[in-house]
Design a protein. Structure first.
Length: 291
């Protein structure tokens, strides 16, 4: 553990393991680590938190022997971007065990380093069209962010995540906390979705005020959407299904009587399979290409 950390920095939490639609969080986390300088502050103990049989570590086998061992990691880092701005980043896997003890450790770090505010981001699949900006629901106690950015505010029970527990503890302490749950098109949830990654980074900027470089990711996203548009153009049924999603989304966004943009007229969530069938082969091919 290193305690040589400036006090008063913001904390960003990007964890994977439950749902990460479009691999949005994982890709954003990798982008941050690859594009900044950073040093480890805390490394959490895998033997205390990780189910190795559920998330098996990776070994490198060279001809006749094992030459490398790469276990998953849950790490708190001090990150410095190319402009010299700093923040703390907790990234890696969601713990399998000892949630309350691990959450208490996160709270202890926040108090020790006098973190100014905590921002976490999550991405879930929802029946929304890829032709509209990525929406989000915002939780926590930063009312100004919730009021401005939360487009969906349900009252419901949701499967808990580790970061939900951290947020619950921090809110009880009055620590400034915001959670951004991104709504990713469900028919693209299993693909690498560049717009989702950009939305994660934009949410971090919203929560921390730190601008992050996303030019290359945005260009990749434009190319991805162009490829999808080509597939939709050639399939009338698929175009109609996406048009219906667009209509319900737009009706909801302008405060018309539609109860939710995520259900049809009978209150049912549209099937992912009904939209995804024609895209699956295209996305599978694109995912294995050199590009």
């Amino acid at each position: 553990m290193s305690t040589d950390v400036p006090r008063g920095l913001p904390l960003v939490i990007l964890l994977t393991g439950f749902i990460d639609a479009g691999r949005s969080v994982a890709t954003a986390s990798r982008h941050l680590i690859d594009s900044t300088t950073h040093e480890r502050v805390w490394v959490f103990d895998n033997d205390e938190l990780l189910d190795y049989r559920a998330r098996r570590p990776t070994f490198t086998f060279e001809r006749t022997k094992l030459t490398d061992y790469r276990p998953p990691e849950l790490v708190l880092r001090l990150v410095t971007d190319e402009l010299g701005r700093q923040f703390l980043l907790l990234s890696g896997y969601e713990p399998d065990y000892r949630w309350e003890a691990a959450a208490e450790a996160v709270v202890t770090a926040i108090e020790l380093f006098e973190v100014s505010a905590t921002t976490w981001v999550h991405a879930i699949p929802m029946p929304v069209p890829h032709t509209r900006p990525v929406g989000m629901t915002v939780s926590g106690n930063r009312d100004e962010l919730i009021e401005q950015y939360s487009v969906w505010r349900p009252t419901t029970e949701v499967p808990g995540t580790f970061v939900h527990l951290v947020e619950f503890m921090l809110t009880a302490l009055g620590h400034p906390t915001s959670g951004f749950v991104l709504l990713i098109p469900h028919y693209l949830a299993d693909a690498d979705y560049p717009a989702g990654t950009v939305a994660v980074l934009d949410a971090i900027t919203t929560g921390t005020g730190i601008s992050l470089r996303t030019d290359a990711l945005r260009e990749s996203g434009r190319e991805f959407l162009t490829d999808i548009a080509d597939q939709v153009t050639d399939n009338h049924e698929l175009a109609k299904l996406i048009s219906n999603l667009e209509s319900r989304h737009d009706t909801y966004m302008i405060d018309n009587p539609a109860p939710s943009p995520f259900v049809d007229g009978e209150g049912h969530v549209p099937s992912a399979e009904s939209i995804a069938a024609e895209l699956e082969n295209f996305l599978r091919t694109r995912g294995t290409s050199d590009d």
